[in-house]
Write a protein that binds this ligand. Structure first.
Ligand code: ZN
Ligand code: FE
Ligand code: FE
Ligand code: ZN
Length: 272
C-alpha cells in the first residue's frame, strides 16, 4: 500500500503547539503537514493547564480561547481534513477536580489522559535521568506508575490513556517479570471502558520503542481494549511519524481496528 493510501485510513490524535512552550508551530501547520501526508484525520491535543507546583510547559489557563481559535483556523486552512479538538490532560492524585473544571470549559472531541508525575516527581523529564539511575527498586517505581495509571482510568475523565508505559522512556527496566503488573492495570482500563494509545514518540526517546511494548499490547488485545494512534508530534514534521511500525505492532498483537472520536463519541475504523 502506498503512503497516501496508508495514511488516508489513519487518524493521528496526539500533537502539541507552541502554546505549551516546548513544541513549535500552530494547528494549521500540523494540518498542512497532515494534508501533505494524506492523513485521514488529525487531532490536536495540547498539554492541559495544571495548578502551580507542576511544570509550566503547558497551555496557560487564560490561553484556552487562543487554543480554540487556532484549531478553528486550522479547519479553515484544511477544510478537507477532519480536525478534532483534543487535549492531553494529566492524571495527578488529588488534582481530579482541577482537571474536571478545566475540561468543562470546552466541547472536546476527546481527552487523552497521561501520567507524567509520580506524586510530585516529573519522572519523564530528561533532567531526572540521574534520579532514575539512583533507584534501587525499579519494579516498585513501575508499580507506582501503573497504580496511578489505574486510578486515571477509574476517574473516567479520559477517552484514551496516553503513552501507556511511559515509565520505560529512559530504558530503566525492572529485572522482575511485569506481565502480572500489566494485566492488573489493563483489567482496570477494560472495566472503565477506556482506550489506550499506541504512541510512536518512544521511537524518538532513549528507549527507542513504541509505547506500549508488544507484551503489554497483547494483554490489552486479549482484554478487548480499543486503541488510538498518536505521534505525540512537537513539531509539524513529526505528524504520522512511525505509523508504519505502529500499525504493524497493532496487527502483530491481534488488532484489526482502532478508535477515533467526535464529541467524545467513539467510532471504530479498520486498520490499513
Ligand atoms: Zn510535550
Ligand atoms: Fe505526554
Ligand atoms: Fe503529548
Ligand atoms: Zn504526550
Amino acid at each position: 500500500m502506498n503512503d497516501r493510501a496508508f495514511y488516508g485510513q489513519l487518524a493521528d490524535l496526539h500533537m502539541h503547539t507552541h502554546l505549551c512552550a516546548h513544541a513549535e508551530g500552530e494547528p494549521k501547520d500540523y494540518a498542512k503537514r497532515a494534508v501533505a501526508l494524506g492523513l485521514g484525520e488529525l487531532g490536536i491535543s495540547e498539554h492541559a493547564p495544571m495548578p502551580s507546583g507542576y511544570d509550566a510547559l503547558r497551555l496557560a489557563e487564560d490561553r484556552l480561547p487562543d487554543y480554540l481559535a487556532m484549531v478553528e483556523a486550522a479547519r479553515r486552512v484544511a477544510p478537507q481534513l477532519p480536525i478534532r479538538l483534543g487535549v492531553e490532560a494529566e492524571y495527578c492524585r488529588g488534582q481530579e477536580d482541577y482537571v474536571r473544571r478545566f475540561l468543562a470549559r470546552a466541547d472536546w472531541d476527546y481527552v487523552i489522559g497521561s501520567v507524567h508525575y509520580l506524586e510530585m516527581w516529573n519522572f519523564d523529564d530528561p533532567k531526572e535521568i540521574p534520579a532514575w539511575r539512583a533507584i534501587r527498586d525499579l519494579f516498585g517505581t513501575w508499580r507506582d506508575y501503573f497504580s496511578l495509571w489505574k486510578e486515571a482510568a477509574r476517574t473516567k475523565l479520559y477517552d484514551t490513556l496516553g503513552h501507556p508505559d511511559l515509565v520505560k522512556k529512559f530504558g530503566f527496566f525492572p529485572k522482575e517479570p511485569c506481565e502480572a503488573l500489566f494485566e492488573d492495570a489493563l483489567r482496570t482500563v477494560a472495566e472503565a471502558g477506556c482506550c489506550l494509545e499506541i504512541n510512536t514518540a518512544g521511537l524518538r526517546k532513549p528507549v527507542k520503542e513504541i509505547y506500549p511494548s508488544s507484551a503489554f499490547l497483547r494483554i490489552a488485545r486479549r482484554l478487548d481494549i480499543p486503541i488510538t494512534f498518536g505521534s505525540d508530534a512537537h513539531a509539524p514534521h513529526e505528524v504520522g511519524v512511525g505509523f508504519r511500525e505502529a500499525v504493524a505492532l497493532a496487527r502483530e498483537c491481534g488488532y484489526a481496528e482502532y478508535a477515533r472520536f467526535e464529541k467524545r463519541k467513539r467510532m471504530m475504523r479498520p486498520l490499513p
